[in-house]
Ligand binder design. Structure first.
Ligand code: 2BA
Length: 110
């Protein structure tokens, strides 16, 4: 068994949950925050049999879109200790999904 940890954009969460349900993939959804943009994203925890990992990766790949987001340029911050910015914005690409696949020592449901 493996754990797939998938960090995705909030806009894709509903479609991905639906796809997992349709394909009998069990998952837990966490509300998370990216440390760079400091905006919300979603992390799915998926426990899955080894032979279904590729299927899960394919579902994530075809469901999650790459996008670009604008943020205030941190190099023009008035004071780095506060979240106040002046000046130009920069364009930040956000991947469709950031995915980690981890081994599982054991799995129990009581
Ligand atoms: P954030 O940390 O908010 O990052 C959003 C996007 O900003 C990233 O997209 C990347 O294009 C850019 N970015 C992040 N750190 C940067 C830096 N130090 N300098 C310049 N640009 C930077 P993605 O790479 O697609 O990542 C999307 C989200 O996935 C991230 O949101 C974070 O929550 C998570 N993530 C990405 N890589 C990770 C990793 N190695 N470990 C844990 N979480 C990760």
């Amino acid at each position: 068994m493996k754990i797939v940890l998938a960090i995705i954009q909030d806009q894709d969460t509903h479609r991905l949950s639906k796809k997992f349900t349709e394909n009998n993939v069990r998952a837990t959804k966490l509300s998370t925050t990216g440390s760079f943009l400091k905006s919300g994203n979603t992390t799915f925890i998926i426990g899955i049999e080894d032979e279904r990992v590729d299927e899960v990766l394919e579902i994530i790949k075809e469901t999650c879109e790459s996008r670009e987001q604008y943020m205030p340029n941190p190099t023009t911050s008035i004071d780095p200790t506060i979240d106040t910015f002046i000046g130009a914005t920069i364009k930040v690409p956000i991947g469709g999904a950031t995915v980690f696949v981890l081994p599982v020592d054991s799995f129990h449901q009581f």
